[in-house]
Design a protein around this ligand. Structure first.
Ligand SMILES: [Zn+2]
Ligand SMILES: [Zn+2]
Length: 143
């Protein structure tokens, strides 16, 4: 069982089995919600996820897209979309031990900030679709 929580501990969750996917998202909306240059996500089947404490608040950041946060401490908890109703995208930083995760790619790399880079050789996709051809693999090169 994998567990996680918000900063204050009011919201707690657990999920069974392996995550579907672990990705970085460079989109502007994630940047604004997390106030960070990049967000990390752990995509888990909705059926495998259970909230064991508290109830996060949700707001619609665009039609059919919800982002949740702890009403006490403000920690972002998850992202979900009607396009993938059986999957919940947990913010990776909420895991009890995010160090065990293995990221598999970067999405919305087209919106990546010029002063921020990640030194891995994973594929960079321009938008959300990992079925599309990546823009490149690995960090940007100068010149
Ligand atoms: Zn909290
Ligand atoms: Zn995003």
């Amino acid at each position: 069982m994998t567990t996680g929580r918000c900063l204050c501990g009011a919201i707690r969750y657990e999920y069974s089995g392996e995550a579907n996917l672990v990705v970085y998202c460079h989109c502007e909306s994630c940047r604004r919600q997390t106030s960070s240059p990049v967000a990390g996500f752990v995509l888990v089947p909705k059926a495998a996820l259970r909230f064991t404490s508290g109830q996060s608040k949700e707001f619609a950041s665009s039609p059919g897209v919800w982002r949740s946060f702890c009403g006490e401490c403000g920690s972002p908890i998850y992202y979900r979309t009607d396009r993938r109703p059986d999957v919940i995208d947990l913010y990776a930083g909420t895991l009890s031990d995010p160090s065990t995760l293995t990221p598999q790619g970067h999405v919305y790399a087209a919106e990546q900030l010029p002063w921020f880079e990640v030194l891995d050789d994973l594929p960079r996709y321009p938008g959300s679709r990992m079925a599309d051809a990546p823009m490149r693999r690995g960090p940007r090169k100068d010149g």
